[in-house]
Ligand binder design. Sequence first.
Ligand code: ATP
Ligand code: MG
Length: 298
Amino acid sequence: MITNKQTEKIRKYIKPYRIDDGKNFKLKNFDPDDTGEFSKSDKESLKEVLEEGIIQLRELQEKLYADDKWGVLLIFQAMDAAGKDGAIKHVFSGINPQGCQVTSFKSPSTEELDHDFLWRCNKNLPERGRFGIFNRSYYEEVLVVRVHPEYLGAQKLPDNDNNIWKKRFQDITQFEKYLHHNGILVRKFFLNVSKKEQKRRFLERLDKPNKNWKFSQADVKERQHWDEYMDAYEDMIRNTASESAPWFVVPANNKWYTRAIVGAAVIDALLSLNLEFPKVDKRHLVELQAAREALTNE
Ligand code: ATP
Ligand code: MG
């Protein structure tokens, strides 16, 4: 059980990174090196807190399943090497795999390009009682596609005008409202790594033989568009943050802090649902009692 005091603490830690209204959002006000009130020497103790959080998360997941009203959609967006995979792996390491589906969205296939841009995501939305994790998402449509507008050509759109990004922001915002009305809680995470730290991580991938497989020449090429990506991220958050589907701009230069904040935000999301195990009615209690007697007298 999480006490009220713990809940307050969790809310306090994540508050600086939560964007419910993007009107005045400026990415430059968010420092990728930020570690809140913690320093490197707290790294191990924060890892322990995360371990405890993972246990709490498992309990909350059981309630989510038993309650069977809400599904939870968690969206992860970031530049390469920001630590999406590691954050997902760590935060969800303790939960029941049957209640959780991770979908990674890559460059769209020809079949996917023959549909509207939300189609492939729609097909992978979580059922009630379950987590759906999107490793990249429909947000790529206002990020990579915006930085490389030539990709739009392959999308065969009937009207491909200058307002396309505004329209996509509106479509996404409406879609997320629709999800909320229908019992899918949406939380979105931008792992905010710096250009310098990305370089360090790429070089590490080159230096360490067991990390070589992670290295991709394409990622280095994409890095040349860094500033355009940051502008696209800023505009995306400005236009798509909402109270029911907030963005979390999570500092990502220190993995131990990133994971703690993501973990805290996911716990907070579940607590906000006030989940309870379904109450058993009187008739059912009588049935349970009869079953107990039958088993005892066998
Ligand atoms: P990792 O590198 O850790 O495996 P990743 O998410 O970077 O994870 P990749 O296969 O390297 O996976 O990259 C997927 C690529 O697909 C990214 O460059 C992304 O921008 C691109 N992509 C995703 N969605 C779209 C889209 N709708 N249109 C065009 N490109 C997209
Ligand atoms: Mg990649």
